[in-house]
Design a protein around this ligand. Structure first.
Ligand code: PLP
Length: 393
């Protein structure tokens, strides 16, 4: 498969594990063991059971009739918004908590930006009865109070990252430092298809349940087990990786990734990594990232905290570079409008991240009868304050 990872963790020129000496032991342990563990019958049985009984999978594939009429094509929504904790992130954290147990780890750490991954991690740590520390930028702690309360109620300790811009990348640096200091007993649950090998591949495998279900559901509902187009938003790229996974080598399926255009790609306030980014190393992986000419990371911006990341996973850098995926951009304004549109046409309030994927519908041309799947990565409860602020414009 030309779009899967090689032995050293590369997708073409992107990926790898550019780690400091002090992390070698932890990362090598994962690299050596992850595939044997997650492919074992025993692991798969536990993973599948929890996805079914705890997360609520399979998530429905819903034919959105009124939305389809508007865009004159057949639009299906993959309902990751209906999962426990409200997004696709739980698919990955369930997988990683089981892995941590198999490795005999006693303590869980994670980084979080908006708090969605932090909540999904605190949830599975409670489920497994393991100690959990979540690193979060001091600024994000102020901005995302409801999720901070959820994490605390779930028993996690939320530690503020006080360096740099006090946001996600600083929280990630703190989490890495913690991991270096606790190499024996701690597992680091990364929240997207980013970071050193094997994380991008491991997280993509856990999220691949999305496209696995999609195949079966499309066969039942359309008579064919693949769509013409899949549309997904990209922060780090985990919901997109999961939605694409089983179609990566089927060139008949067009893969459309939507990045956050923020206030406009040329405004200096966006997270349009594929256009503004260049190859470099971020969080131990070679990929496309937004950096200045001295290699300093440029602060990303998006109305949606889940897309507010200066890099993308190496799989996506590879898919973009080889032309396998197409990237579109949706501005804050376009995403808000798409969120309101889905709410009024279908009675579903999407997460602002997912609203970026929906905003692509008005930028695409469809042939009649085409089957289009939009991966609805999460629900909009967490974004109500932002939506309400813009309701009257
Ligand atoms: C975190 C998040 C995203 C972005 O992360 P990816 O790894 O790119 O999927 C998208 N949608 C929702 C609802 C999220 O919580």
């Amino acid at each position: 498969m030309k779009n899967s990872v090689d032995k050293l963790g590369f997708y073409g020129e992107f990926g790898g594990a550019f780690i400091p000496e002090l992390l070698q032991q932890n990362v090598r342990e994962l690299q050596e063991k992850y595939l044997d563990i997650i492919e074992s019958h025993n692991f798969q049985e536990k993973f599948r059971k929890l996805l079914r009984d705890y997360v609520g999978r399979p998530s429905p594939l819903y034919f959105a009739k009124r939305l389809s009429n508007k865009y004159k094509t057949r639009i299906y929504l993959k309902r990751e918004d209906l999962n426990h904790t409200g997004s696709h992130k739980i698919n990955n954290t369930i997988g990683q908590i089981l892995l941590a147990r198999e490795l005999g780890k006693k303590r869980i750490i994670a980084e979080t930006g908006a708090g969605q991954h932090g909540v999904a991690t605190a949830t599975v740590a409670a489920l497994a009865g393991l100690e959990c520390v979540v690193y979060m930028g001091e600024k994000d702690i102020e901005r995302q109070a409801p999720n901070v309360m959820r994490m605390k109620m779930l028993g996690a300790e939320v530690r503020p990252a006080k360096s740099g811009s006090k946001t996600l990348k600083d929280a990630t640096n703190e989490a890495i430092r913690d991991w270096i200091n606790h190499p024996q007993d701690t597992h680091y649950i990364i929240g997207s298809v980013v970071g050193p090998h094997p994380y991008p591949d491991m997280v993509a495998r856990f999220q691949s349940v999305i496209s696995e279900e999609m195949k079966k559901q499309l066969k039942e509902q359309t008579g064919r087990d693949f769509p013409d187009k899949i549309i997904a938003c990209i922060g780090g790229g985990s919901n997109a990786a999961g939605a694409y996974y089983h179609f990566l080598d089927n060139e008949k399926v067009e893969l459309i990734s939507v990045e956050a255009g923020g206030m406009g790609i040329d405004s200096g306030h966006s997270a349009a990594t594929s256009i503004l980014g260049s190859p470099g190393v971020i969080h131990a992986s070679k990929t496309l990232l937004m950096q200045d000419k001295d290699g300093q990371i440029i602060e990303p911006y998006s109305i949606s905290a889940g897309l507010d990341y200066p890099g993308i996973g190496p799989l996506h850098a590879h898919l973009i570079k080889t032309g396998r995926s197409t990237v579109l951009h949706a501005t804050d304004e376009e995403a808000l409008q798409a969120g309101f549109e889905l709410t009024r046409l279908e009675g579903i309030i999407p997460a602002l991240e997912s609203a970026h994927a929906l905003a692509a519908l008005s930028k695409l041309k469809f042939k009649s009868g085409e089957v289009v799947v939009v991966n609805l990565s999460g629900r909009g409860d967490k974004d109500m304050a932002t939506y309400l602020k813009h309701l009257n414009i």
